[in-house]
Ligand binder design. Structure first.
Ligand SMILES: *Cc1c(COP(=O)(O)O)cnc(C)c1O
Length: 370
């Protein structure tokens, strides 16, 4: 993986201040043995400032802790915010790697453009990851299926109650050790079809990784939970006919003839996991189709036996089989059926590369330590 340098190396010097009272090693190791998802954070965080006048400046590593914020900070009023999500994996030899972080850096730039935020140069993004691992590397678990979830984010911090793009912005990275996203391992989950709510609309922010898309999904997600479902599936907001994605994961269907099909739309997030999985499927000889997919096609396909597997994918949940789709007026699939063979094979191929159990012919892995 090569990234053209955009910054002069002297500008990439981070000021590091160490946490005087990091979590004791025994306590940390107990958490790493069985981490909750995203509720315990490492000892440090990265912070870079941006202003219209000064550009990106003052890159720092500092102790993890509360951020002082002006009550008028624009993000609190108008939601000008973006984020990313990626993981650090520990390989058998102890080294620490991340998966296609260049793609996260580029996607964050695309999200920034849409949300009128400044674009963080990719080398700042990658160097920030390395800086955090340099101080918090011990927080990367070594057990199978465990990782350190890394959350870069950026928000408008200018204190100003007017509606325009902020002239002062903050970029941070925090990290949390993570076990499996869904409890119960690689068990098929049930998803709820949202017919009353949309997550994103035409011309909106569906392709940007921004908090507002999640805020818009919460009532639908709550409705899913009320119906005993793990996740919610959204349809397109114009016709309510085409599959879009889940609250925070992309969706893929598998046909009996081996075709792998995923929705193409301007209003969904372009997942790096999905892109990688489709590449693996293509290279294993599967025909991959990226095109509009109707709900009707899925229902009919399951009924006729032409569609034999469905799964959700994203960094947090990796690849999760979908056993059942429930809605107000129908249920398809059966939660008791085992996970599909292609779903499991693709999941294994991907995680073998991520955890260094198999070679990485794609150059996807990027070393974070040393
Ligand atoms: C982050 C995200 C995904 C998954 O993207 P990955 O790059 O695979 O982690 C899918 N949908 C939404 C809405 C997301 O925010």
């Amino acid at each position: 993986m090569t990234i053209p340098l955009q910054m002069a190396p002297k500008d990439l010097v981070f000021q590091v201040s160490h946490n005087d009272s990091p979590m004791p090693a025994a306590e940390r190791d107990a958490i790493l043995a069985d981490p909750p998802f995203g509720s315990v954070f490492t000892d440090h965080m990265v912070d870079i400032c941006w202003s219209e006048k000064g550009g990106w400046h003052r890159p720092r590593v500092q102790p993890y802790g509360p951020i002082a914020m002006d009550p008028a900070a624009a993000v609190l009023h108008y939601g000008q915010e973006i984020f990313e999500g990626l993981k650090a994996y520990r390989h058998a030899d102890g080294s620490i790697w991340s998966f296609r972080p260049d793609q996260n850096a580029l996607r964050m730039q695309r999200s920034a453009k849409r949300m009128a935020l400044p674009e963080l140069p990719a080398d700042y993004f990658l160097e920030s990851l390395k800086q955090l691992i340099a101080v918090d590397g011990a927080w990367v678990p070594s057990a199978p299926e465990m990782s350190l979830y890394i959350r870069p984010y950026m928000y408008a911090k200018e204190a100003f109650l007017g509606v325009r793009a902020a002239k002062k912005v903050a970029f941070y990275i925090i990290a949390a050790p993570a076990g499996p996203y869904f409890s119960g391992g690689v068990k098929p989950v049930s998803i709820w079809l949202s017919t009353d709510y949309s997550r994103a609309g035409k011309g909106g922010t569906g392709q940007a990784k921004t908090g507002g898309n999640y805020a818009a999904s919460l009532v639908a997600q709550a409705e899913a939970a009320e119906h005993g479902c793990a996740q919610v599936l959204f349809l397109d907001s114009v016709e309510g006919k085409y599959l879009e994605e889940l609250g925070g994961m992309n969706i893929v269907l598998v046909y009996k003839d081996g075709r792998v099909v995923t929705p193409q739309s301007d209003t969904i997030l372009q997942g790096i996991t999905r892109d990688s999985i489709l590449q693996l499927a293509e290279d294993a000889g599967h025909t991959v189709e990226r095109r509009p997919v109707t709900l009707e096609e899925w229902r009919d396909g399951v009924e006729s036996g032409d569609i034999v597997e469905a799964f959700a994918c994203g960094t947090a949940a990796v690849v999760t089989p979908i056993g059942q789709l429930k809605s107000k007026d129908f249920t398809i699939g059966d939660l008791d059926q085992p996970a599909g063979p292609l779903t499991l094979a693709l999941r294994e191929k991907l995680t073998d590369i991520q955890y260094g159990r198999q070679p990485d012919p794609y150059g996807w892995m990027f070393r974070l330590d040393g």
